[in-house]
Design a binder for this molecule. Sequence first.
Ligand SMILES: Cc1cc2nc3c(=O)[nH]c(=O)nc-3n(C[C@H](O)[C@H](O)[C@H](O)COP(=O)(O)OP(=O)(O)OC[C@H]3O[C@@H](n4cnc5c(N)ncnc54)[C@H](O)[C@@H]3O)c2cc1C
Length: 306
Amino acid sequence: MTGDYEIIIIGGGPAGLTAALYVAMSRRRALLLEKALLGGQIVNADRIENFPGFPSGVGGMELAELMQKQAGRFGLESSYTEVTGLAAEDAGYLVIAEDARISARTVIVAGGSEHQKLNVPGEAEFVGKGVSYCATCDANFFRDRTVAMVGGGNAAVTEALYLTRFASRVYLVHRRGELRATRVLQERAFAEPKIVPVLDTVVEQVRGDSAVRELLLHNVRTGTDSPLKVDGVFVAIGFRPNTGYLRGFLDLDPQGQVMTGARLDTNRPGVFAAGDIRSNSGRQAVIAAGDGAAAALFAEEYLRGA
Ligand SMILES: Cc1cc2nc3c(=O)[nH]c(=O)nc-3n(C[C@H](O)[C@H](O)[C@H](O)COP(=O)(O)OP(=O)(O)OC[C@H]3O[C@@H](n4cnc5c(N)ncnc54)[C@H](O)[C@@H]3O)c2cc1C
């Protein structure tokens, strides 16, 4: 991680790793910065059934390793560090990371997003002890147990249905009187005897000892509080883009996602955005990968002055 780079990619999920593959193949001096695990969110996916080229599906971790290996074959340079700031400088941009300040002519932001938290007492304390943000990853731990799924959109209802394969009962806790999920999904959920809708209700607290034992619920219509005995709680209430450090530097939409043009360009010439981090992304691995490839090609054109 020395000297100046032509392209810096921030984030090593499907978008960042695919961008890295393309820039490595074009022999650009490029660096990929990742704060956690190369692979991004797909490492949490038990199985990915809709990534082209894998007719029998592929494990999320396996796909991440394959992407990493492929980019590595062409000499990908990467470093584990969190980017905390981005600033303009004469010849391009200064990428400010935890432990370094690196110059780059172009930047591809591909930091994806993270699960929205409930932000209630007990939630953080019980992560991994009954609080989960990934049904496909953790459902297996709740065989014949009682769980709650918090959320009312497509993700929450899909995951609640998935949980019924393992859990004996799934409370579907949603803050409104109606779910937001598509009608088809709602019909499936309401026809499933293991799913018990708990509407107009928010979680106030997660309680337990060595593991989750109950939720304190608040009914927003009646104003009453009541405990609900559960062994686990899954949360699917949306995503928060990893754009905190970009605020004020790049144009973001009201959800905090990066606004991009048709060439995945941002309001800063030479800064591109790819994958889940950008506004109106499809939130799919293959879309993120496609974005990564496109952003790399547009960055390449920018460097050539085309
Ligand atoms: C449980 C689960 C199951 C899924 N199943 C499927 C599926 O079956 N099919 C499908 O198509 N999609 C699936 N998805 C969605 C898919 O994983 C995402 O759409 C895809 O990973 C988005 O890719 P990305 O590269 O844009 O972002 P991410 O995968 O979120 O990767 C972003 C990376 O950037 C890093 N990063 C963020 N900020 C910084 C920073 N400041 N500095 C350095 N690094 C940073 C993060 O650590 C992360 O590794 C699933 C997601 C989850 C959570």
